[in-house]
Design a protein around this ligand. Structure first.
Ligand code: UDP
Length: 251
C-alpha cells in the first residue's frame, strides 16, 4: 500500500489475500491493497518500463447470472456486501490497469484466476480444499456451508503458474483479461465426499450456514485463453488432490 521503487523487468501483482476469511478480516486494507497497491505498482512499471501482470479473480463476476462465465460478462457484484472489498477492489484494479495502458502505454496483462489449489496452501487458509483435507486427515467433521449444492471449478497450481508465465511472455498487444481455471465443475458436497474417500477418513459431513453472497455456480469459459495463449489445464482433479493430500500428510 506504500509506494515502492525497485529496478525490475516484470511485475506480478498477487498482493492481496484471496481467501474470504482473510480478505474480510480487514476489508479497508483489502481495498487499499487492491487500489493503492495497484497504483503504486503501475507507477513502478511506468518508471522501469516493465511488463506488469495482475492476478485478478473470478470474483469480478460476483454471483454470476450467466453460466459459464466468459470475459465479456460484466458480472453481478454486490456493491456493499462483505465480499465487496475484494470484488470491487479487484474490479477497480482492472480499471486502473487499462487506464495506465490507455494513458501511458503500459504493457499490462490481466488474468482472472478461478479457484486454485495445491501443495503449500497454508493450514489456516480457510478455503474449501485445504479445510476439507485437514478435517479429513484428522477425522474431524467436514464443514459444508449451505446445502453443498453450490459449485466451483478447481484448477491445480502448476497449471495456473504456467498460464501466468505464458501470459507475461506474450507480446504487448495481448492484454487479456483472460479467464484461467479448470472448466470441470463440481458441487461442494461432491468434493467433500471425494476427499473423505481419497483420505480413507471416518469424518462425517456437517452443514453450516452459507456465507452471505457466496456464489451459487462458478465455471470459467476458457475459450479466449485457449485461442490466444494455447493454454488449457492438464492436471485433473484426482491427480491434483492426490498431490495436495500427500503434501498435507507430510507436514
Ligand atoms: N466452503 C465450505 N466449507 C468450508 C470452506 C468453504 O462449504 O470449510 C464453501 C464456500 O461456502 C464456497 C466454496 O466452498 O461455496 C468455495 O469456498 P472458498 O472459500 O474455497 O472459495 P470462494 O470460491 O468462495 O472464494
Amino acid at each position: 500500500v506504500f509506494p515502492i521503487n525497485i529496478k525490475c523487468d516484470y511485475i506480478f501483482n498477487l498482493a492481496c489475500p484471496a481467501s474470504p476469511i482473510h480478505y474480510q478480516n480487514d476489508p479497508v486494507k483489502t481495498i487499499r491493497t487492491n487500489v493503492n497497491g495497484s497504483i503504486n505498482l503501475l507507477e513502478m512499471a511506468k518508471l522501469n518500463n516493465a511488463g506488469i501482470a495482475q492476478a485478478s479473480t473470478s470474483e469480478v463476476y460476483g454471483d454470476p447470472l450467466i453460466h459459464p462465465q466468459n470475459e465479456d460478462y460484466n458480472g453481478n457484484v454486490n456493491i456493499i456486501g462483505p465480499r465487496s472489498c475484494y470484488d470491487e477492489g479487484k474490479r477497480c484494479a482492472e480499471t486502473l490497469f487499462f487506464d495506465y495502458r490507455r494513458q501511458f502505454g503500459l504493457d499490462i496483462k490481466i488474468l482472472r484466476i478461478f479457484n486454485t489449489y495445491g501443495p503449500r496452501l497454508s493450514f489456516n487458509d480457510g478455503r474449501v480444499i485445504s479445510n476439507f483435507i485437514i478435517q479429513s486427515l484428522n477425522h474431524k467433521n467436514i464443514t459444508v456451508y449451505g446445502d453443498g449444492t453450490q459449485t466451483r471449478s478447481f484448477c491445480f497450481i502448476d497449471d495456473m503458474v504456467e498460464a501466468f508465465i505464458l501470459l507475461m511472455n506474450s507480446n504487448k498487444t495481448i492484454t487479456g483479461p483472460f479467464n484461467a481455471g479448470n472448466p470441470k465443475e463440481i458441487t461442494i458436497f461432491e468434493i467433500a465426499n471425494k476427499i473423505i474417500e481419497m483420505t480413507g477418513s471416518k469424518s462425517k459431513i456437517i452443514f453450516e450456514k452459507l456465507p452471505q453472497d457466496d456464489p451459487i455456480r462458478r465455471r470459467p469459459d476458457i475459450t479466449k485463453i485457449k485461442s490466444h495463449l494455447k493454454w488449457q489445464p492438464k492436471v485433473n482433479l484426482e491427480i491434483g488432490l492426490k498431490k495436495t493430500i500427500r503434501y498435507f500428510k507430510s507436514t
